[in-house]
Design a protein around this ligand. Structure first.
Ligand code: GUN
Length: 287
């Protein structure tokens, strides 16, 4: 039986409507209109598309989006000066510096310069530390989106064996922390595999849930998935013919998996949705 589709676009629409309602209520109570500042340095075409989508989503849910576009030649000092101004601006509740940055700029220094109270990307070491300690302030957007996609589609996480392929700071590492955490949406047994793992298929075949987050087309083939397992595809790979594909051999894996996320329309829309969620919470005075 073909797999159930975990429809990220549909869930994103539902959750963005929830955030829009929250924003409307906050403003009606006399609270601030949540504001996201986006910062884009350089000409990377994919980054321009990502930031445009994030800004449009902000406006759809009734938030303010203020965009700063800087040339590829921008110095680190200039970028840090802008972030300092945004840190001090009370109309800005969330700051998003789109990565990657040009080579003359130290990504770590930039991440650390964002106020942890406005760190809606959840990349700052303080944010990461709070998550690791089990007291998250902001949850990172892609892992949080994946967790919501599983929870709200009733894919059991507690007690499940989740094999995450990919150990990035943006997806693999924080997702492992979130799914192993005690409580709702957690309590999984988590394995992280990566490019140096021996016999990747032997690991993924043990999984109740496989998460592919490497950035390589057809990394996960049908023989690597246990029949009935849930498969989450975080990959976004542009093929030479222009097609956008994930890391999973979708057509073949969808024949044996129990549930699967499509690309596009799976994890991608959920990432933006959780960014809006974080920006809304950054603006809530109770925090
Ligand atoms: N570049 C690729 N993914 C992301 C993301 O989630 N946030 C930011 N700021 N940059 C990215």
């Amino acid at each position: 039986m073909p797999a159930r589709i975990l429809d990220g676009k549909a869930l994103a629409d539902t959750m963005q409507a929830e955030t829009a309602a929250g924003v409307a209520e906050l403003v009606a109570r006399g609270g601030p209109k949540p504001g996201l500042a986006t910062v884009l340095v350089g000409e990377d075409p994919a980054s321009h598309v990502y930031v445009r989508n994030k800004r449009r989503a902000c406006e759809r849910v009734g938030m303010t989006s203020v965009h700063h576009e800087l040339p590829a030649t921008t110095s680190q000092a200039e970028l840090l000066a802008l972030i300092n101004r945004l840190n001090a601006d009370p109309s800005v509740h969330g700051i998003l510096v789109q990565l990657p940055l040009p080579p003359q700029i130290d990504e770590r220094a930039v991440i650390q310069s964002v106020s942890p109270l406005k760190d809606v990307d959840a990349f700052h070491p303080e944010t990461v530390g709070l998550l690791a300690a089990g007291h998250p302030r902001f949850r990172p957007c892609t892992p949080h989106g994946i967790q919501q996609l599983l929870v709200r589609n009733n894919v059991p996480i507690a007690g499940a064996h989740v094999v995450i392929v990919g150990r990035s700071n943006i997806v693999g590492k924080p997702l492992a922390l979130m799914l192993m955490q005690k409580g709702p949406g957690g309590d999984a047994t988590v394995t992280i595999a990566h490019s140096r793992s021996r016999d990747l298929g032997a690991l993924t075949r043990q999984a109740d849930i496989v998460v592919a987050a490497v950035g390589r087309p057809i990394l996960i083939t049908a023989d690597m998935v246990r029949p009935g397992a849930a498969v989450v595809d975080v990959g976004m790979n542009r093929l030479p013919d222009g097609r956008l594909v994930g890391d999973v051999d979708y057509a073949a894996v969808a024949q044996i998996a129990g549930a699967i996320t499509p690309v596009p329309g799976g994890v991608g829309p959920m990432t933006i949705t959780m960014l809006l969620h974080n920006t809304f919470h950054a603006a809530c005075p109770a925090r």
